[in-house]
Ligand binder design. Structure first.
Ligand code: ATP
Length: 354
């Protein structure tokens, strides 16, 4: 068990490209910390620096209080699970799982018992004699995790481990990884670009963008109180509506003239006169009968459990997500009401939330 501490970590590749621009993250013992962000934001680079697979240009990485910047990957007591599983094709499941212990010249009986224990945790007992080519994607993924578990490391690192699986299996495996973490309690850093994966698995999420941290917090904190426009737009699906405009006479007025109620609890004295962005999540909009904002339904998608609608309100298209069965028709008029308690205002220039 261990803590992982990154202090002002930077990575400049030999090409001169600065992929990580000064990141500080403290991962306490037993935490499952998810690094999330769009493609190219530097999350894999950061994970590889923690693993020792990439040099650190400046700043420090400490594991259990000890700075490991110049410690080789094999001495860091870390196990990494990769996106492509990286299994040895000519070895059976049992040999793949026990390989790291074998090269450390561990006692074969102890290795066999550790492999057996990990196989039973992961439901691989009956597959130990198979080769990777004889396994499904989900089973290969489990073997890759088994290989990490067998080593009983201080820290697990996962680099997009589910991205090669189909949607259903991804949901199942993320549940399994979470359950595994609860059972073993090993400090874990997990990289994904999928915000749903981050929300459902993490104790703590670190949102990265362009080599920098945008926000660190518990999943629901990020959802309820995003620090800025980037986090507000990245966390949540379908994405939050953003409407540009200004505060005038106690209401928000969009560029096209749509009037919206100000978010609850907003201190008008702190709101500048200039351009603002109003933020409201699609699920925080209700359909109403007589009061509310009138609009035309320009798109309607019903999945059975919910209805997604885009409603043109005075020239602003607003995404709405209704959880009840409503008799709506594309092209028809409807009225919507915004839940002011869940609305946000952002500074259009800095992106910061008020
Ligand atoms: P993805 O989700 O697509 O894997 P990521 O957030 O994990 O993205 P990284 O792989 O960490 O991103 O890459 C961050 C940036 O660094 C990217 O712009 C990438 O092109 C660049 N980069 C990665 N490896 C190198 C390298 N060896 N040399 C130069 N630039 C690199």
């Amino acid at each position: 068990m261990a803590t992982v501490d990154l202090k002002d970590v930077k990575k400049v590749y030999p090409s001169g490209f600065e992929a990580v621009k000064g990141v500080s993250i403290a991962v306490p013992d037993k935490e499952l910390c998810v690094l999330v962000g769009p493609s190219g934001c530097g999350k894999s680079t950061l994970l590889r620096m923690i693993a020792g697979l990439e040099t650190i240009s400046s700043g420090t990485v400490a594991i259990d209080g000890k700075i490991v910047n110049s410690t080789g990957p094999t001495e860091r007591d870390i196990a990494m699970v990769f996106q492509n599983y990286a299994l040895y094709p000519h070895m059976t499941v049992a040999d793949n799982m026990g390989f790291a212990l074998k090269i450390k010249k561990a006692d074969p009986a102890d290795t066999a018992s550790r492999v057996g224990r990990a196989a039973s945790i992961l439901g691989l007992d009956k597959l130990l004699d198979r080769y990777p080519r004889q396994l499904s994607g989900g089973q290969r993924q489990r073997v890759a995790m088994g290989r990490a578990i067998v080593r009983d490391p201080q820290v697990f690192l996962f680099d997009e481990p589910l991205s090669n699986l189909d949607a259903k299996l991804r949901v199942q495996m993320r549940g399994e990884i979470k359950a595994l973490h609860q059972r073993l309690g090993t400090t874990t850093i997990y990289v994904t670009h999928d915000q749903i994966e981050a929300m459902t698995m993490a104790d703590k999420i670190v949102v990265l963008h362009d080599g920098l941290v945008e926000q660190i917090g518990a999943p629901l904190d990020l959802y309820d109180r995003p620090a800025n426009l980037f986090v507000a737009g990245f966390i949540g699906s379908p994405a939050m509506n953003f409407i540009a405009g200004r505060v005038e006479e106690g209401v928000f007025r969009s560029a096209s003239g749509l009037t919206l109620p100000l978010p609850e609890g907003i201190n008008l004295a702190k709101i500048p006169v200039g351009e603002l962005i109003y933020g409201i999540r699609p699920e925080h909009i209700r359909a109403t009968i007589s009061q509310g904002i009138a609009g035309t339904i320009v798109l309607l998608e019903a999945t059975g459990s919910e209805i997604f609608a885009r409603v043109d309100c005075a020239g602003e298209e607003i995404s709405c997500l209704f959880r009840e069965r409503l008799a709506l028709k594309q092209g028809a008029q409807m009225r919507i009401e915004i839940d002011r308690a869940c609305a946000h205002l952002f500074d259009a220039k800095t992106g910061r939330r008020f």
